[in-house]
Design a protein around this ligand. Structure first.
Ligand code: AMP
Length: 288
């Protein structure tokens, strides 16, 4: 007898249908976990769904390519979308419900409120992508209010985003536990990303050098070398390897994202980097 195909993943597209399902689970005393995504799912996303499953009885995932976190010259239109594939992967990872709202459901006409987080949103990607974190903070605030989970899981891959979300949840008293999940990587160290699909065959091995460069900075900083020299050497190495632009390579204090250095660092360090390879913008970070 052949195995029966997995049941299709229950999918809701409106806030009221999402709330109705979550309320029914709550009446049964179940704990709700939530994993927001923009789809084009890979093992990194699925690892977060599995992690949420260890913290909750039912895991909800959202797939929403959020227009407000893309700049005017960024890849909103080109961003890969394949809901049927995503739903199959989510079901296989133990997700119980997919929330896949339209842009109109998320931003009805007249929507005019934006959440901005000062401090942690400002450096790094905050400078390289003006408006990006306001878009992220607004959509994540909405998603958390819509789903009202007990626990929400976000990837350390987007380390600054995780810091922004932790801050806004504290500042706005949103009753949810935020959990960070480790970065899933390819064998050569490249952080898995939906945007890796943009890389050409020739660019793919070069892309792994971003992670290698960040590791090098961390090793040097840990050995007591001056922070700025280590950062500058990494930028030069990336440009020499074929990256066309490096937005930043910086060692920062993990909790606050304040600058480390310029001298030798003492205390915890996170090294964050963003660089363009052809048409692909890659980000990564590592710490110890
Ligand atoms: P995205 O679909 O890119 O918006 O990402 C959705 C969630 O998955 C975010 O919390 C990301 O930080 C997380 N994520 C993306 N890539 C990875 C990865 N390689 N490992 C772990 N989590 C990831």
């Amino acid at each position: 007898m052949s195995a029966s195909p997995p049941a299709p993943l229950p999918t809701v597209r409106t806030v009221s249908d999402l709330r109705a399902q979550v309320a029914a689970w709550r009446r049964d005393g179940l704990r709700i976990g939530f994993v927001p995504t923009m789809g084009a799912l890979h093992e990194g996303h699925l690892s977060l769904v599995r992690l949420a499953g260890t913290r909750a009885d039912r895991v909800v995932a959202s797939v929403f390519v959020n227009p407000t976190q893309f700049g005017p010259n960024e890849d909103f239109d080109a961003y890969p979308r394949d809901e049927a594939r995503d739903a199959g992967l989510l079901a296989g990872a133990g997700c119980a419900l997919l929330f896949a709202p339209s842009v109109g459901e998320m931003y009805p006409p007249g929507a005019s409120t934006t959440v901005t987080v000062a401090g942690v949103s400002e450096p790094l990607d905050g400078q390289a992508r003006p408006g990006h974190f306001a878009g992220v903070a607004t959509v994540v605030t909405k998603l958390l209010n819509q789903c009202q989970p007990d626990v929400a899981v976000f990837g350390e891959k987007d380390f600054q985003q995780l810091a922004v979300i932790r801050r806004l949840v504290r500042d706005l008293d949103i009753p949810v536990e935020i959990v960070g999940g480790p970065t899933a990587r390819a064998d050569d160290g490249l952080a898995l990303s939906s945007r890796n699909a943009y890389l050409t065959e020739a660019e793919r091995p070069v892309a792994a050098k971003l992670n290698a460069a960040l590791r090098e900075v961390l090793t040097k900083v840990r050995a007591g070398e001056p922070v700025e020299a280590a950062e500058q050497a990494a930028v030069a190495a990336l440009l020499a390897a074929g990256f066309r632009q490096v937005d930043y390579v910086e060692a920062r204090v993990p909790d606050t994202l304040e600058r480390v250095g310029p001298g030798p660092a003492n205390g915890p360090v996170r090294v964050l980097g963003a660089a363009h390879l052809g048409r692909t913008r890659l980000i990564d970070n590592i710490g110890d």
